[in-house]
Design a protein around this ligand. Structure first.
Ligand code: TNX
Length: 553
């Protein structure tokens, strides 16, 4: 009898301890990991839970998102989740709290209610992404899975991003990706709380945006006669390649991004990387051509001729149509890799240099100052239209007018120098943020790429403020990864290069340094990969020693 009582007491004690212990933090497998989490006791059952929102949110962008959430939850859990346009007393409730700072959200999971609050769409959208990731993987599937664990651990989250600019870049020039693929790209960005897509719209190998005033840009500049094979610089596969977006399609992508809280920043790369435009309008170059849309990679010596006034008319006309299509506060004007050899020989450019009184000085050539002149003129035009410029870090060489934002790509040095000088900076160092580089050292097992080696953990360990004095920290607007597509031809390969490095990137952008933990991240990524399987994304498993792009089954 005594034994039975002891056993009973022991079992009761264990039961009591288990039921009274807080939910373990390991149950929170969310990427990027929320910055403040307090785990509580008990669970909320999501299956069949109502989804409701404040009346004040009527007509807001969040409503279609909640509608989609309720639909998906109903389908996957096998129990109907009703959407209610008036804040409920149970279930998922989304409401406005004007006191919360921009982009911040709170999420309170109790046994019968999950309250999400933010001051506007953005915070609520981020709360929704966190909720989705807290649900089982089956939530992302296409079939009902009533047997899955639909409980959420009770907890309180108070979350906000570390950086305001959380970007990913897309090069659709070297290889073209259609509107559907761009939407899929935006979906996975939104899931990770990124908020800027940097869209590289022209390059030597193709012009990809319809410009009504200059139809030949896409008719001629949108197509190349072939593409070089692997690293054989003078080869060509002889296959005509190209494509472009109509302005209607551009607007469709911009609107889709906006519905996910993402601003699309267009880039018109100038005065270099302009060969496709020169092929269409040879008068824009120093020699007058003829030029051909490039079949090879690298940096073309043929660039826009700033000695000709008509070149500035062209730039302004193009940027006018670009600004009509993109509401973004920032317009990226490129500025990278502009060889000066054609300017050195060009009578128009030399005349301009003389007129402007430009001279070799302070370690810079007169031609470099001529590029500064182009940047300043274009900046003035963009500013006059109420927008701001971003340029690659080469725009820092020589002189740079106030108000420009520098995108640092040649390692971290350019960004540090720019921030110290008081310019705003977006960090995209190739040493940590070039997703065209190989995911692993096992190059033979990886899909053919531009080379180099950038594993997930290197991306993860990047610290954007390192090497900067405290007073310059405020100039680091954020971080972006670049996805150049010389060797990325298919949707599967594109996704493979981005995932799961995007997961690591999102923690660099979102998480406070004290909240980053690679061991925790490595565990969460296993669930994320299962989510990618459900959603039909291709990804690399290189971080687990499993290399290569495998055909989808
Ligand atoms: C440098 S980053 C470039 C691109 C190439 C890339 C390849 C930058 C501003 N320019 O044109 O595609 O390297 O990694």
């Amino acid at each position: 009898m005594k034994k039975t009582i002891t056993a009973f007491l022991a079992i009761t004690a264990v039961f009591f301890m288990v039921s009274c212990s807080r939910n373990p933090i390991e149950n929170v497998q969310v990427i990027p990991m929320p910055n403040n989490i307090e785990m509580l006791w008990g669970e909320f059952n999501a299956a069949g839970a109502e989804v409701s929102y404040d009346k004040a949110l009527e007509g807001d962008r969040i409503v279609p998102q909640l509608q989609e959430f309720a639909r998906q939850l109903s389908l996957a859990s096998g129990q109907e989740s009703v959407l209610n346009g008036e804040a409920g007393k149970t279930g998922f409730v989304f409401s406005i709290d004007p006191e919360l700072p921009a982009e911040t959200y709170t999420l309170e999971v109790k046994k019968n209610i999950v309250k999400a609050k933010a001051c506007d769409f953005y915070g609520l959208f981020y709360a929704l992404q966190t909720v989705k990731q807290l649900l089982p993987v089956e939530f992302f599937g296409k079939e009902a899975a009533p047997e899955a664990d639909w409980s959420l651990p009770c907890m309180k989250i108070n979350d906000y991003p570390r950086f305001g600019y959380r970007g990913l870049h897309s090069d659709i020039c070297r290889h073209f990706f259609d509107v559907d693929q761009m939407k899929k790209y935006l979906d996975v960005m939104a899931m990770h709380k990124l908020n800027r897509l940097h869209w590289h719209l022209n390059d030597d190998q193709g012009w990809r945006i319809e410009i009504k005033k200059y139809p030949k840009l896409t008719e001629i500049g949108g197509w190349r006669a072939g593409t070089m094979i692997k690293y054989e610089w003078d080869s060509s596969d002889g296959i005509r390649y190209g494509g472009y977006y109509t302005q209607e399609q551009i607007l469709e992508v911009v609107a889709y991004a906006e519905s996910l809280g993402i601003t699309v920043i267009p880039e018109i790369d100038l005065p270099g990387h302009m060969l496709a435009a020169l092929a269409a309008y040879p008068n824009l170059g120093c020699t007058g051509g003829p030029y051909e849309v490039w079949k090879r990679w690298g940096v073309s010596k043929d660039v826009l001729c700033p000695g000709k006034e008509e070149v500035f008319t062209f730039i302004e006309d193009v940027l006018t149509e670009v600004m009509e299509n993109f509401p973004s506060e920032y317009i990226h004007i490129g500025g990278d890799e502009c060889p000066k050899t054609s300017w050195e020989k060009c009578p128009h450019c030399q005349k301009k240099i003389a007129e402007l009184g430009l001279k070799d000085s302070d370690g810079h050539t007169a031609e470099q100052y001529l590029q500064n002149y182009v940047t300043a003129r274009v900046q003035e035009f963009v500013n006059r239209h109420g927008r701001k410029i971003i340029g690659w870090d080469e725009i820092l060489e020589g002189e740079l007018a106030e108000g420009a934002t520098v995108m640092s790509w040649r390692g971290v040095k350019g960004g540090i120098a720019a921030a110290k000088k008081g310019f705003d900076v977006i960090m995209t160092p190739n040493s940590f943020m070039y997703f065209d580089y190989c995911q692993s050292k096992e190059v033979d097992k990886e899909p053919f790429s531009i080379g180099h080696h950038l594993p997930v953990d290197s991306v993860y360990r990047y610290e954007p403020l390192q090497g900067l004095p405290e007073e310059a920290h405020k100039h680091i607007l954020g971080v972006q990864a670049n996805v150049w597509t010389e060797y990325i031809k298919t949707n599967e390969h594109l996704e493979y290069m981005v995932l799961p490095r995007l997961d690591a990137l999102s923690e660099v952008q979102w998480c406070e340094p004290w909240n980053k933990d690679y061991a925790r991240f490595e565990k969460s990524i296993v669930k994320m990969m299962a989510v990618y399987d459900e959603l039909g994304y291709t990804y690399s498993r290189g971080m687990f020693g499993d290399y290569g792009l495998k055909p989808k089954n």
